[in-house]
Design a protein around this ligand. Structure first.
Ligand code: ADE
Length: 236
């Protein structure tokens, strides 16, 4: 899979993409990440990428020409995404959907926003990672890249299963324990030491349900069709 990232700050990505699982995924050619410096497509001697908004108001807007030029310089753009706080909430199902694509291009939003014609002409979806405003779309682009990369077959070790993840099935995950059996007076639940796979599965299922009820009751609500409570008013 190829992920193109168009950004004013390519250096922000290097540390994140050169560590751990993302690093290994690149080394083993499970993903190729192509960082495109938007500044190189800026206009004139000063490589201008932004301008004041028509109609007045504060802040600067990313101009359409540099973004268009950066996109048109790519061999293939595939599915084009903009990261913006006004986008659809990025969720596990989106990570799963995107992980099955061959080419994804992420345009990192900046300043007050991006000229709307970029969205109209080139963009397939606008994604937000949450209801808060960050200084730019770079961290959201990293979040999206990380979440989809770990779902590409062969990226995680063979004994790590996506099906056990929080959010995989609209539920949070069950608690985990490792050695030692007792730590500061707290002992590992007996069932996990029993070797009885059916009992362990049932215990994990009930703990996942308990955790979801406590931490994220809205998730259970979304699983219940026809539920009219306020938790069900979000977008999916
Ligand atoms: N850019 C700034 N804030 C953002 C957010 N919450 N999600 C996506 N892009 C953003």
């Amino acid at each position: 899979m190829l992920i193109n990232i168009i950004t004013l700050f390519p250096e922000m990505f290097t540390g994140v993409f050169e560590q751990s699982i993302l690093h290994r995924a690149r080394e083993t050619n499970k993903i190729e990440i192509h960082l495109i410096n938007l500044r190189e497509y800026g206009l004139g001697a000063h490589r201008v990428v932004d301008d004041a908004p028509f109609g007045g108001g504060g802040g600067m807007i990313l101009k359409p020409e540099p973004i268009a030029a950066a996109l048109e310089d790519l061999a293939e753009t595939g599915h084009v995404i903009i990261t913006t706080p006004r986008g659809k909430h990025f969720q596990q199902a989106d990570a799963s959907r995107l992980s099955r694509m061959d080419v994804v291009t992420i345009i990192c939003g900046h300043y007050e926003g991006i000229d709307e014609r970029v969205t109209q002409l080139f963009v397939h979806e606008e994604l937000s990672i949450g209801d808060y405003v960050l200084t730019g779309g770079e961290i959201p682009a990293m979040v999206i890249t990380d979440a989809l990369t770990r779902l590409i077959p062969g990226v995680l070790g063979k004994d790590t299963m996506e099906t056990g993840d929080s959010h995989y099935n609209g539920m949070l995950e069950h608690p985990h324990y490792t050695r030692p059996r007792e730590f500061r007076g707290i002992v590992v639940p007996e069932v996990l030491l029993s070797g009885n796979h059916e009992e362990i599965r049932a215990w994990r299922e009930s703990k996942a349900l308990e955790k979801t009820k406590t931490m994220r009751p809205d998730m259970l609500c979304k699983k219940t069709s026809g539920c009219e409570c306020r938790n069900n008013k979000d977008e999916d």
